[in-house]
Design a protein around this ligand. Sequence first.
Ligand SMILES: [Fe+2]
Ligand SMILES: [Fe+2]
Length: 152
Amino acid sequence: MALNEKEKTTIKDLQTQEQTCIKKYKKYGQDAKDPVLKELFSTLERNEQKHYDTLGQILEGKVPECDCNDCEGKEYEPEATYDVMSKSDDKESDAFLATDSIGSEKLVSGEYNTNVFNFADTAIRKILADIQIEEQNHAEMLYKYKTVNGMA
Ligand SMILES: [Fe+2]
Ligand SMILES: [Fe+2]
C-alpha cells in the first residue's frame, strides 16, 4: 500500500511525537519516587515504542495488524502508595509527573484524532483510531493512579 507525500509526512510527524513520549516516560520513570508510578511509566514507555514501530511499518508500506487492545485503562487498578490525605515532597513530585503526562496524552490523542482524516486507506485509519484509543487509555491509567493516591 503506497502512501502519498502528505500521508508520509503525517506518519513521520506522529513518529516524532511518539519518540518524545518514549523519552519522556523513560525520564519520568527515573524521576518517579513511587515504584507503582515507575512501573506505570515503564508500561507506557513500552506502549509508545509499539506505536512508534507500528508507524514505522506503515511508512514501509505495510498494513500492521490492529490489535485493538482497548481495555488496558479499564483494567488498570493501581495500589495506593501515598496516604490520600497526607502531603509530602515525594507525593507532590509524583503528582506533577502524572498530571504533566495526562496533558501529553491528551495532546497526542488529539493529534491522532485530527490526522486520521488525512488517510485514504480504511485499514490505516482503523490503526490510527486504535492508537488514539490507546492514548486515551494511558491518560485513564494516569488518572486512576492520581485518584487512588489522593492527588486529584
Ligand atoms: Fe503513543
Ligand atoms: Fe500514550
